[in-house]
Design a protein around this ligand. Structure first.
Ligand code: SF4
Length: 383
């Protein structure tokens, strides 16, 4: 009986997936002029779409471009430069694994570590707090990157550091907020007809925080989970709305996402953070799109404590076009460096460094799927 099947099995059912693919293809061919472009704004979706073959299965009907949904990828070169400056000044810098290899304007944290700098891996914000507690002779800075999903955990770590108290712990706040980035993207007139919205971020901020996409920009959008049927149901719903001329932000991931989000996590986040201007790789500076420590928490801010601030970075030396990939203007295989000079073993940009980056996803799951990448040379939609 269907009710006896585990939930995950139903969301991975090949028969349901095939039926959804067929329905979307027919609908797009008959009622939407043969092609639509949609954007996913979540690195986990990007990987799931590549790995499951959804992009290839819908190739003729739907172009799925990746937006600014990979937190490591959107961290700006100027922030990486400031983190490098902190590490080179003799402080102990802790960060998540992928951030190590992300290039700034001239070098990376991994290169600083190779030269003897104290750059260490943290598995969680609390891990960084524990490290600081057990190394009182070192000044420890945690590089706080990520979206609304990780910010509450960092806020709890900051509160823990204050409570202990730890005089040798601070953070470099480089968090990013998704709604202001989507507004900035749409104000630049990105050429997509709908959005697949991130399940993780929405779990924290809720559907309501994303409703502006329909109310102000008249775009259909669906919050989706991460299994193949989740994603295909979302694409099915978006194309259905396009046919009907409807614009709505639909929560198709109700097993995790609520209208108002996770208010406990939000309270934790806003207890020590406040919105701040932030620079995004690819999108540039966006007002109110980051998080800074609130008044009263300044002593835990590494920028203020050590006088190191992000400065405008020069152009990337490598010719990397991650900025265009993150705005949905370029599909990874169209980058001249893709798979030739730029590979996961020798990444030239963060979209190949991060396991959730679009270039890494294409490299791992979609190489050889046509000479020119999954959408092919003659495909409509963004390049
Ligand atoms: S393939 Fe490499 S160089 Fe090109 S945009 Fe992606 S990460 Fe940058």
């Amino acid at each position: 009986m269907e009710a006896d099947r585990p939930l995950w099995e139903r969301f991975r059912d090949p028969g349901i997936a095939r039926a959804l693919v067929a329905r979307v293809r027919v609908r797009v061919a008959r009622e939407l002029g043969g092609h639509v472009s949609l954007m996913e704004v979540c690195g986990t979706h990007t990987v799931a779409i590549s790995r499951s073959g959804i992009r290839a299965a819908l190739r003729d009907a739907v172009t799925l471009v990746s937006g600014p949904g990979c937190p490591v990828c959107v961290t700006s070169p100027e922030d990486v430069d400031a983190m490098v400056a902190l590490a080179e000044s003799g402080l102990t810098v802790l960060t998540f694994g992928d951030m190590m290899r992300v290039p700034g304007s001239s070098t990376s944290l991994e290169a600083v570590r190779a030269r003897g700098g104290r750059v260490r891996l943290a598995y969680s914000p609390m891990d960084a707090v524990s490290y600081a507690a057990s190394h009182p002779d070192e000044q420890v800075v945690f590089l706080a990157v990520g979206f609304e999903t990780t910010a509450p955990g960092v806020a709890l770590a900051v509160a823990q550091a204050r409570e202990l108290p730890l005089a040798n712990f601070s953070i470099y706040p480089a968090h990013k907020l998704i709604p202001p980035a989507l507004r900035a993207l749409l104000d630049q007139e990105v050429g997509v007809q709908g959005f697949l919205l991130p399940g993780h971020v929405s779990t924290v901020i809720g559907r309501r925080a994303l409703a502006f996409l329909a109310e102000e920009y008249r775009l259909p959008a669906v919050i989706a989970g991460f299994e193949p049927v989740d994603i295909l149901m979302a694409i099915d719903r978006i194309t259905h709305m396009l046919v009907r001329g409807e614009a709505e932000v639909v929560n198709a991931y109700p097993r995790a996402v609520r209208e108002e989000g996770n208010t406990l996590a939000q309270r934790a986040m806003w207890s020590c953070f406040a919105p701040a201007d932030a620079a995004w790789r690819g999108l540039g500076p966006i007002p109110g799109s980051g998080l800074g420590l609130r008044d009263g928490w300044e002593d835990l801010d590494a920028c203020r404590r050590y006088g190191v601030w992000a400065q405008p970075a020069g152009a990337m030396r490598t010719g990397c076009r991650c900025g265009d990939v993150l705005r949905g203007l370029l599909l990874p295989p169209r980058c001249p460096l893709f798979a030739r000079v730029c590979t996961p073993a020798a990444p030239q940009g963060p979209c190949m460094v991060s396991s959730e980056g679009a270039c890494a996803a294409y490299y791992r799951y979609e190489r050889g799927d046509g000479d020119d990448g999954p959408q092919g040379a003659g495909a409509a939609g963004p390049r």
